[in-house]
Design a protein around this ligand. Structure first.
Ligand SMILES: [Zn+2]
Length: 323
C-alpha cells in the first residue's frame, strides 16, 4: 500500500537481462540455419556458440533443473522452432518488458510455446538466480534472492508488506519475491525488477493473497500509494473497506483480496488494539503538552512503516471514541 521504489536492484537485474537478451537472440540466429537439426547434433555445438557471445558463458549449459530436466535439450527444442515464431515471441518479450519498466501493468497475457515458458520460469528465474558465479561475473559481487529483499527494505526503509500493510516482511522467512504479473501468464517478465516485489507469505499465496486473475486497469505499489486511496469504515466493531470508485484501485483491492483479509476477526481485532494502544500512548504522554493530532499521525506513520496498519489507523481515527 506504500508507494515504493526498487532502484538498488534495478542496475543488477538490468545487467542480468543482457544474458536473457543474448540467449534469445542467439536462439533466433541459430533457428535460421537450414541445417540446424544436424548442427544441434554436433558435439559441443552450443558450447562453441555460447563461448563466442560476450554476454554468454558455456557453463550456463551445465545448469540443470534436475537429473532428467536438463537445459540443453530444452534449448534445442527452442532453436527447432520456426524463426518467425521466435521473432514474434522476441517482440512480445521486448514490448512487455518495456511497458512494465514504464510501470504500465495494463498488458494482456500472450500465448507462448511451452519450451520458452519453461526456460524463463525454470531456468532464468528459478535456477540461474541461485548460481553465484553468474552474479559475480555480471556485477562483480554475490547477489541472492535474500539480497534483493534486503536492498528493497533498505532503500524504502519499510518492513511491512507493500501489498497488504498488514504482515511484516522484516523476517527473512516471511518475505517472498512476488511477481506482480504472475510468471505463469507472463513468463517473459519473470526477472523484470519492476515486476518483482518482496511480500508477506499471505500475499504470495493465491488462496489468501494475490491470485492470477488480474483485471485491467490496474495499478500497484510502484505506481501509486494505494493506501492513500482506500477508505475504511467502522461499524459495530467491524472494519470494512468501502468499494472504490477508481477501477484501478478497486481491481488492486480485489486482486489482493484485501477486503476479505481486513475483515478477518484476528486482523480486525489487532487493528483496533494497535490503534487504541497508540492513541493511549500519546494520550498518556500529553503532560508534555496537549494531545496533538499531528504528532499522533506522525507517530502512526513512522511506526506503521515498521509494524503495518498505518492506512487503516489513519482512516479509523475519526471513530476513536467508539473504539
Ligand atoms: Zn502482504
Amino acid at each position: 500500500m506504500w508507494k515504493v521504489t526498487n532502484e538498488i536492484n534495478k542496475p543488477i537485474l538490468s545487467r542480468y537481462a543482457d544474458i536473457i537478451n543474448s540467449m534469445f537472440m542467439l536462439f533466433i540466429e541459430l533457428s535460421k540455419s537450414g541445417t540446424k537439426d544436424a548442427d544441434l547434433e554436433i558435439e559441443n555445438f552450443l558450447e562453441s556458440k555460447f563461448t563466442e557471445d560476450a554476454n554468454l558463458d558455456s557453463r550456463l549449459l551445465n545448469i540443470n533443473k534436475s537429473g532428467s530436466d536438463r537445459i540443453k535439450p530444452l534449448i534445442k527444442d527452442i532453436i527447432k522452432l520456426d524463426t518467425n515464431i521466435l521473432e514474434a515471441q522476441f517482440d512480445i518479450y521486448i514490448n512487455q518488458n518495456n511497458e512494465v519498466i514504464k510501470n504500465n501493468y495494463n498488458i494482456l497475457p500472450e500465448v507462448h510455446p511451452n519450451c520458452l515458458v519453461k526456460i524463463f520460469k525454470d531456468y532464468f528465474y528459478d535456477k540461474f538466480f541461485g548460481v553465484s558465479w553468474i552474479w559475480t561475473d555480471l556485477v562483480g559481487k554475490v547477489y541472492t534472492r535474500g539480497m534483493f529483499k534486503t536492498n528493497f527494505k533498505d532503500e524504502n526503509k519499510i518492513y511491512v508488506c507493500p501489498y497488504c500493510d498488514s504482515d511484516t516482511i522484516s523476517n527473512e522467512r516471511n518475505a517472498w519475491i512476488e511477481h506482480f504479473l504472475p510468471k505463469s501468464k507472463f513468463p517473459f517478465l519473470s526477472c523484470n525488477y519492476s515486476n518483482l516485489i518482496p511480500t508477506c507469505t499471505s500475499c504470495n499465496v493465491s488462496g489468501s493473497g494475490k491470485g492470477e486473475d488480474i483485471k485491467n486497469p490496474i495499478v500497484n505499489q510502484y505506481t501509486t500509494q494505494i493506501g492513500d486511496h482506500l477508505k475504511f469504515e467502522f461499524d459495530k466493531g467491524e472494519i470494512t473497506i468501502i468499494k472504490n470508485s477508481n477501477d484501478s484501485i478497486e481491481n488492486f483491492i480485489e486482486l489482493l483480496k484485501l477486503r476479505k483479509r481486513y475483515s478477518e476477526k484476528g486482523v480486525n481485532n489487532s487493528i483496533l488494539t494497535v490503534l487504541k494502544v497508540n492513541y493511549n500512548t500519546l494520550l498518556g504522554a500529553k503532560d508534555i503538552g496537549e494531545f496533538d493530532e499531528d504528532v499522533f499521525f506522525d507517530f502512526i506513520h513512522d511506526t506503521g512503516r515498521i509494524n503495518g496498519y498505518y492506512f487503516v489507523q489513519k482512516n479509523l481515527f475519526e471513530y476513536i471514541n467508539e473504539i
